[in-house]
Design a protein. Structure first.
Length: 311
């Protein structure tokens, strides 16, 4: 099998200021499926076409932002191996027992030098996508609820030391660099897009002085028409839009950035392209991010909120 090691981003735990407002947004407007609640009061959701029990966990807190991002790995042997590799690299790891997150096996957690907590896990209950595996229909009723993305696709995180973060993902966890934006002097990167798969990114980072920040969690749609329909649904539900609908030059994704009721940015997007690990990374100059259309290809400007609004 070609796809081994780290498979995909599997879950993110998001802090919301008001739980039921957050549930309304992610379940009824974005159109995820609620799959459980735990004794801590956390709410679990998945996108309709995801097969594992949950991909988004909402926790009520007095400040918005992200608690952790979890990546599913191939199996338990891979989990043990990657834990050893992280430790050998010099990172501290912590084991969180199975069941601490509903329907989820043991997790290995570590903190990046950007201040973000990342987890690896091998097991999560497969609840299916509502379709039988034998002679299935192409979609279900759940795919007609709200914006209805097919999966949690990636996140963009803001924090310090992204050169070191890139080394951890690429040298220890088997990711590769797909695109990057150079610093104004061209000596380093201000932004990196990393993939562990055939996706244009599974996680991305922007260099930022404050650690542990969330720029956006992103959800995949399958057509430009669905992105435009998402914009209609956002407007009908008074969801505040940040940028779009438009296209990113970086990754070529066709996108909307918008805010949930707690001020966490989320993205609904389609497209991009399918890179391979042997591709030379695409490089954008710092000016290219704005005037070159990296952020917003048609408008060719660096929207002020891109660098300043994070949770
Ligand atoms: C994405 C995406 C920028 C490009 C961002 C890309 C900030 O968020 O999902 O493709 O230039
Ligand atoms: Fe994105």
């Amino acid at each position: 099998m070609a796809l081994t090691g780290v498979l995909r981003p599997g879950h993110a735990q998001l802090r919301v200021l008001n739980l039921e407002e957050g549930v309304h947004h992610y379940r009824d407007v974005l159109g995820m499926v609620e799959t459980g609640r735990d004794e801590q009061g956390r709410v679990y959701l998945k996108c309709w076409d995801e097969r594992d029990h949950n991909s988004l966990v909402l926790r009520e807190a007095d400040r918005a932002g992200i608690d952790f991002v979890g990546f599913k790995v191939l199996d338990k042997a891979t989990l043990d191996k990657l834990e050893g590799d992280l430790r050998a690299y010099g990172l501290a790891t912590e084991r969180i027992p199975a069941g601490e997150l509903l329907a989820t096996g043991e997790r290995v957690r570590f903190r990046l030098p950007s201040g973000h907590d990342i987890e690896l896990y091998a097991e999560k209950q497969a609840v299916g996508n509502g379709l039988q595996v034998l002679n299935p229909a192409p979609w279900t009723k759940a795919s007609e609820n709200g914006i209805a993305p097919v999966r949690l696709d990636h996140c963009l995180l803001y924090g310090p030391n992204i050169a070191e973060v890139q080394k951890i993902f690429c040298d220890v966890l088997g990711f590769y660099l797909v695109e990057r934006v150079l610093t104004p002097d061209g000596a380093g990167n201000v932004a990196i897009w990393l993939s562990c798969s055939h996706k244009v990114h599974d996680i991305a980072f922007v260099e930022h002085p404050e650690p542990g920040k969330l720029h956006h969690l992103s959800f995949l749609l399958e057509s430009w028409e669905e992105v435009l329909r998402a914009a209609d649904i956002m407007a009908m539900n008074n969801v505040q839009v940040d940028i779009g609908p438009t296209r990113h030059g970086v990754t070529r994704g066709c996108t909307i950035y918008a805010w949930d009721p707690s001020g966490n940015r989320f993205e609904t997007f389609m497209g991009g392209y399918q890179p391979y690990p042997d591709y030379e990374p695409t490089t954008w100059t710092f000016d290219g991010l704005g005037a070159g259309g990296g952020l917003d290809y048609p408008q060719r400007k660096l929207h002020e909120s891109f660098l300043s609004v994070v949770t």
